[in-house]
Design a protein around this ligand. Structure first.
Ligand SMILES: Cc1cc2nc3c(=O)[nH]c(=O)nc-3n(C[C@H](O)[C@H](O)[C@H](O)COP(=O)(O)O)c2cc1C
Length: 393
């Protein structure tokens, strides 16, 4: 069951190891790179973090990310403990969106710090408080950036590493005009911190971003279409056999940001300018509502950040309803199916034949090894060369 609040309420497990700057420099120095699974909100990435964090290969170290968005405290603790059990000693962190309700933001941050995750990564907005909380709590802080300027600012604030997220990414897009290859170049030049490249990445372009100086790559969309994530099978199916015409950019209720989604009846409704106000969320949260909030608008976003709420429900749509309908209920009519541009490169056509997260990581390892073998020995650089040296030693 997704986010089962009864999971291991009293279990004590050791802290996850810190994934700070020094740990990443050690990994890169040993000839390996990070393969980070991007956090996906409203239960889309549930179940993935531990499976990715369990991967330790010759070329890649798997890093999982749990999303905090619209989880009760018990659900969040349950996901963290599940990842700890599935990947003892593995790296996994919490994705925390600065745009969410301030009370939820603080509560989620406190839980992640108490449970000692490997890092906290901040997306969708900027809060400086979280950097301070992380420092006080001994948890490395990670910033998601869409420009070199932001990268330099986060370095000054004390971030440990950065995710450079390009315009090809899934969900909300920071800067729609900034494709990943030029963004990575800009961010690597603007900071001395380790940089992870995210947005539209698939197996065929991992080595390209590593060659640009990235300490790793992040993938989210590819892990939506895998056999062992918790997202509804209809969400997985929505990712199969798609072409460029199936991908749309919508205007989200979150600050009017642009976001990438799979075209369906719901996105067509938005394109026609229809309004989709919140309905009762008891169907999902039960009679006590979400964190005790029983109204149909659970005020998941911070003050003034939701176009729907700010217009007294006369404009835009309810993002919690739409994303829950997609990820939890698999409602292909009324759900909003966020995705990255790389969905057009997913090869499988049948949900029953999707690879597991471990198989996706295994294929990436094999591909990097084959690419390294195909290079003339004297031109080998980076992880391929170092891994080769390790094997020879
Ligand atoms: C369904 C979905 C939900 C997402 N939710 C979040 C989120 O809650 N917070 C966040 O920072 N990024 C979110 N993202 C962005 C991903 O974490 C990732 O960085 C991005 O999609 C780039 O990878 P991709 O192109 O491989 O998907 C989401 C992406 C998708 C597809």
């Amino acid at each position: 069951m997704i986010g089962d609040p009864t999971v291991l309420a009293t279990e004590t497990l050791p802290p996850a190891p810190r994934l700070d700057r020094a740990a990443i420099e050690g990994i890169v120095g040993s000839g390996r790179r990070l393969l980070v699974q991007g956090g996906m909100g409203i239960h889309a990435s549930d179940g993935l973090a531990g499976k990715v964090a369990a991967h330790r290969g010759a070329r890649l170290v798997g890093v999982g990310t749990i999303s905090a968005v619209v989880k009760t405290d018990a659900q969040l603790r349950g996901e963290i403990r599940r990842a700890k059990r599935e990947a003892p000693g593995g790296y996994f962190g919490l994705n925390l969106m600065a745009a969410i309700n301030k009370g939820d933001f603080e509560r989620n941050a406190r839980i992640a710090i108490e449970e000692k995750v490997s890092f906290i990564v901040q997306g969708a907005g900027i809060s400086r408080e979280i950097v301070r909380w992380c420092k006080e709590g001994g948890v490395p802080f990670v910033g998601i950036v869409s420009s070199g300027r932001l990268a330099a600012m986060y370095e000054k604030w004390g971030a440990d590493w950065l995710v450079a997220e390009g315009a090809e990414a899934g969900g909300h897009i920071g800067d729609i005009g900034h494709p990943l290859p030029s963004l990575v170049e800009e961010v690597v030049a603007a900071t001395s911190l380790p940089v992870v490249a995210a947005g539209g990445v698939d197996a065929s372009d991992v080595s390209r971003f590593l060659a640009q100086g990235a300490a790793g790559v992040q993938m989210a969309t590819r892990f939506l279409a895998c056999s062992d994530g918790d997202v509804h099978p209809a969400f997985k199916d929505m990712h199969l056999g798609k072409t460029a015409e199936d991908v749309v950019i919508i205007t989200s209720c979150v600050k009017g940001m642009k976001a990438r989604a799979v075209r369906n009846a719901f996105t067509e409704k938005l394109a026609r300018g229809e309004v989709v106000p919140p309905k009762s969320k008891r169907w999902y949260f039960g009679p006590d509502g979400f964190q005790g909030r029983k109204s149909s608008c659970i005020e998941c976003l911070g003050e003034g950040l939701c176009k729907c709420r700010a217009s007294n429900f006369k404009e835009s749509f309810c993002i919690a309803d739409a994303l829950l309908a997609a990820a939890v209920n698999g409602d292909t009519e009324n759900g909003l199916f966020y995705t990255g541009q790389s969905l057009v490169r997913i090869g499988e056509r049948d949900v029953e034949q999707l690879p597991s997260a471990a198989e996706i990581l295994g294929d990436l390892e094999n591909r990097l090894a084959a690419e390294a073998d195909a290079q003339p020995a004297d031109t080998r650089r980076g992880p391929a060369a170092a891994a080769g040296r390790e094997a020879a030693a």
